[in-house]
Design a protein. Sequence first.
Length: 206
Amino acid sequence: MRIHFLPRDEEFFDLFVEVAKRCVEAAGLLQELLTGKPERAGYCAEAIKRLENEADGVTHEVVSRLDRTFITPIDREDIHLLAGALDDVIDRIDGTARRAQIFRLGAPPEGIAELCDVIRRMTTEISQAVGKLRGKDDVMQHCIEAKRLEEEGDALYHRMLGQLFDRERDPIAIIKWKEIYDTLETTIDEGEDVANAIESIVLKHG
């Protein structure tokens, strides 16, 4: 049994939760931006940027706190890994929103709502896993579901990509939407990276 003679700083778990919550909110806004009313797109993009900036601030606090904390609740490298992986997800969501605004996309192709919904569900699973990480109860089931969603998203991405080249005749539209598809698929991959990081922490400290 490991005995700690000095108190451990448990605040890291709360900071992870704050970033994960913003990932969920940003994912919902991205889905609205790409599939909702065009007049709401600007608001959604600005709201995502605000969430991304807030998440950056929280991530900075994680790193700053790590520098001044003697005893951490989990290994220091795991704190760095999880903080970076969570930040990558919301950064990618923000990057996709920026591209969507720059490209001035038209009506979304079939399947884009489904792909966005995979991201929304994945970030929800990640948020639930992070929220339970302190106690480590039922964390793994959320990691398993997040990784299942990565497989679902990957299959959907390849199907949509094939349909894009089969059905779209405007080469500029193909270029725009392919990049959007690619960034959405990368967001899903980075969500899986978060699930893998959480899974590693649970196995190491279980």
